[in-house]
Design a protein around this ligand. Structure first.
Ligand code: SAM
Length: 280
């Protein structure tokens, strides 16, 4: 296969810069540049977008994004050891790659980016979920980003795209699907990474909808959904008692059987319930 760029193979980059993977930083690197280019393609049209990449590491996905024609990439990496390798990529794509050494949970990337903005990342799973929830719950909608293309543990990816009726359906599915189209675009076995993690992974692509699928106040919806799923084995008339008032009547008004459990309630029904709760 043709190399995607004139830079050295990633194994060489890692050896040259002594980038032995650190468990504490969740470092499982993707070394196959054809694979990272494929992930970059799944992010959508990049030529008219700034891309925010979190956790570039030695730069496999960064190179994929640039080779696939990203207008600009802003890469935020916590591990300072990776910076020299990333600088080499910046030199090969003059003016197109900006690198910030910092913690993505603390850095505000917005002043560095020009819309339209897409986000792409292969992140440690705990940081990934925390960032996903932040990106899905901004103060205003539509958010600053157009799409998210994120690697997750397969089980988390399944929770994001889950439909009512199964064990994986919960708060993450509602949060993601209320205001986004969400789908799994790629599955990766542990061996795709160096070192291989214990579990399989999947890439999820989320596209921000211009408006929520059904009207609801975000805070009320979040509260109702959190209450419902915190005690998911209980019937809703019990798990939602904390809402106060006549909970059974509210559930019925939303078209929900009070003896149902949260995992059988559709997104549309949760939004209807949030509207009724908001009315008081
Ligand atoms: N993107 C590279 C790839 O695909 O090979 C590296 C992926 S590795 C799973 C995760 C990367 O995120 C590591 O380079 C790690 O140092 C970085 N990282 C971990 N926590 C971070 C944080 N809070 N902010 C920014 N980067 C972080």
């Amino acid at each position: 296969m043709m190399p995607i760029d004139p830079l050295p193979p990633l194994r060489e980059v890692i050896a040259n810069h002594g980038l032995s993977a650190r468990k504490s930083l969740g470092q499982n690197f993707l070394l196959d540049l054809n694979l990272t280019a494929k992930i970059a393609r799944s992010a959508g049209e990049l030529s008219d977008c700034d891309v925010l990449e979190i956790g570039p590491g030695p730069g496999g996905l960064t190179r994929g994004l640039l080779a696939e024609g990203a207008r600009r990439v802003l890469a935020i990496e916590k591990d300072a050891r990776c910076l020299p390798a990333l600088e080499e990529i910046a030199a090969a794509y003059p003016g197109q790659l900006e690198i910030i050494n910092g913690d993505a949970l603390e850095v505000d990337p917005l002043t560095h980016l020009t819309p339209p903005i897409r986000i792409a990342a292969n992140l440690p799973y705990n940081v990934g979920t925390e960032l996903l929830v932040r990106w899905l719950t901004p103060p205003r909608w539509p958010p600053f980003w157009q799409s998210l293309t994120l690697m997750f543990q397969r089980e988390v990816a399944e929770r994001i795209v889950a439909q009512p009726g199964g064990k994986t359906y919960g708060r993450l599915a509602i949060l993601a699907q209320w205001r986004c189209d969400a789908r799994i675009v790629m599955s990766l076995p542990p061996q795709a990474f160096t070192p291989p993690p214990k579990v399989s992974s999947a890439v999820v692509h989320l596209t921000a909808l211009p408006e929520p699928r059904f009207p609801a106040d975000p805070k009320v919806l979040e509260r109702v959904v959190a209450m419902g799923f915190n005690q998911r084995r209980k019937m809703l008339r019990a798990s939602l008692k904390g809402l106060g008032g006549d909970v059974e009547e509210k559930l019925r008004a939303a078209g929900i059987d009070p003896t149902a459990r949260a995992e059988t309630v559709s997104l549309e029904q949760f939004c209807a319930l949030a509207r009724i709760v908001a009315e008081g």
